[in-house]
Design a protein around this ligand. Structure first.
Ligand code: SF4
Length: 124
């Protein structure tokens, strides 16, 4: 029997980073700040959310997680990216890697490296 390919949606390596409650998107006003009808990056409220993500220690992992789940994370600002920016990043990854399976492998590795970097930086 042929081995089942890894499922990026259930893979435990590329899961949503564990939130501590201190990340900007966990605040009560987050729904307003991180979800918009338009993600035009010229809009101040979109820029504010993107800036907040850039200051978040989970930024890299969050971006990779959102990239790994384009269907599930089709709305909202995550990991410092708008939905359109993630679509572009995902297309560029597929172009560079050749196929979706290769993209999944790249994202898994990138996620592990991001976790390692953050852990190392917070526990020198
Ligand atoms: S990167 Fe942005 S969306 Fe992701 S956990 Fe941090 S604040 Fe929230």
């Amino acid at each position: 029997m042929k081995a089942k390919p890894p499922d990026i949606l259930t893979d435990t390596i590329v899961r949503r980073p564990r939130l501590t409650g201190t990340e900007p998107c966990t605040r009560t006003e987050a729904k307003v700040q991180f979800f918009h009808a338009s993600y035009d990056t010229r809009r101040p409220e979109v820029q504010a959310a993107l800036r907040a993500c850039r200051r978040c220690p989970l930024n890299a992992e969050c971006n990779i997680w959102a990239l790994a789940r384009p269907e599930q994370v089709s709305d909202g600002i995550f990991g410092g990216t708008t939905p359109r920016q993630r679509l572009t990043q995902r297309r560029q990854l597929v172009d560079r890697c050749g196929d979706e399976a290769a993209v999944e492998n790249v994202l898994r590795r990138a996620y592990q490296q991001a976790v390692h970097r953050r852990t190392r930086n917070t526990n020198p």
